[in-house]
Design a protein around this ligand. Structure first.
Ligand SMILES: Nc1nc2c(c(=O)[nH]1)N[C@H]1C(S)=C(S)[C@@H](COP(=O)(O)O)O[C@H]1N2
Ligand SMILES: [Mo]
Length: 263
């Protein structure tokens, strides 16, 4: 059911990915949502590093924490990307009633399946962090996120020892008419239990806008933009993700992106 990404598009995405990478390597002060552009020459040099990042991270150990920024660095508007309004009447109805009937389900390989309202989630202990989002399309944006740590939620659900991955199921389809095009993502337990991995309900001190994933989106701060699922309504614990979607662990992964989007 998944359409293959045309080669030229893959190449473009990859170039843009390395532009973003160069921006990070150069450590330029990126206030707000600056687009990054660099010479193709440098892009070619960096291209040789592709695919090495996961093994290098594993070998050297990942940086413990993603960089956090100051309030002055926050972009006035957090640039939305991908779905900005999930299609169909169901989501529109949720927006209309302020997500009163929306629930976050936690199920799969857990001892205590859960279903929480937004109100119940908001009553949980929260973490606030100002971080930079890096999209492979070549832009970055700094925002402040508030939400409950995924580790807290998982502790309440009690994952079975066989649970190896956390799958996020989203409310939006990438193609309105195609039920197989639902957005989803997955991470391993290393990222799931990380201090900065949160389920966020506030952006810049206000309820998460629809364009950025209302009512709840994950922030997995050591990963690229496509690994930050919006409109999350179900979290499933699995031993592997072969039976979900196209089997590669995420909507964009099924289109050819790397499952490991670590930065
Ligand atoms: N459900 C859902 N999550 C998603 C997407 C999407 O289209 N649908 N796009 C991804 C991509 S590619 C990026 S860069 C970020 C964009 O988040 P933002 O809209 O808050 O900027 O969300 C990611 N998570
Ligand atoms: Mo992205």
């Amino acid at each position: 059911m998944n359409k293959p990404v045309p080669r030229f598009q893959q190449r473009r995405e990859r170039r843009q990915f390395f532009r973003a990478g160069l921006g990070l390597a150069a450590g330029g002060a990126l206030a707000g949502c600056d687009a990054i552009s660099h010479s193709d020459m440098a892009v070619e040099v960096l291209r040789s590093a592709e695919g090495l990042s996961e093994s290098v991270h594993r070998l050297l150990g990942r940086r413990a924490m993603a960089q956090e920024f100051a309030p002055a660095d926050i972009a006035p508007v957090f640039r939305p990307n991908g779905t900005t309004m999930p299609p169909g009447p169901d989501y529109a109805a949720m927006v209309a009633d302020g997500f009163a009937k929306w629930r976050l389900k936690v199920d799969g390989l857990v001892r205590q399946p859960q279903a929480w309202s937004l109100e119940q989630l908001r009553a949980m202990p929260a973490r606030t962090q100002i971080t930079r989002h890096d999209c492979v399309e070549g832009w970055s944006c700094i925002g402040q996120w508030t939400g409950v740590r995924l580790s807290h939620v998982l502790r309440l659900a009690q994952p079975a020892p066989t649970a190896k991955f956390v799958v996020f199921h989203c409310l939006d389809r990438m193609e309105a008419a195609d039920p197989a095009s639902v957005y989803y993502e997955s991470i391993d337990m290393d990222d799931a239990l990380h201090e900065q991995t949160i389920l966020a309900w506030d952006l810049n001190g206000r309820p998460l806008p629809v364009a950025n994933g209302a009512p709840l989106r994950a922030r997995i701060e050591r990963q690229l933009g496509y690994k930050q699922p919006k409109y999350v309504h179900r979290i499933e614990l699995v031993a592997n993700f072969a039976a979900i979607g196209g089997g590669l662990g995420g909507y964009w992964e099924d289109q050819g992106y790397n499952w490991y989007g670590g930065i």
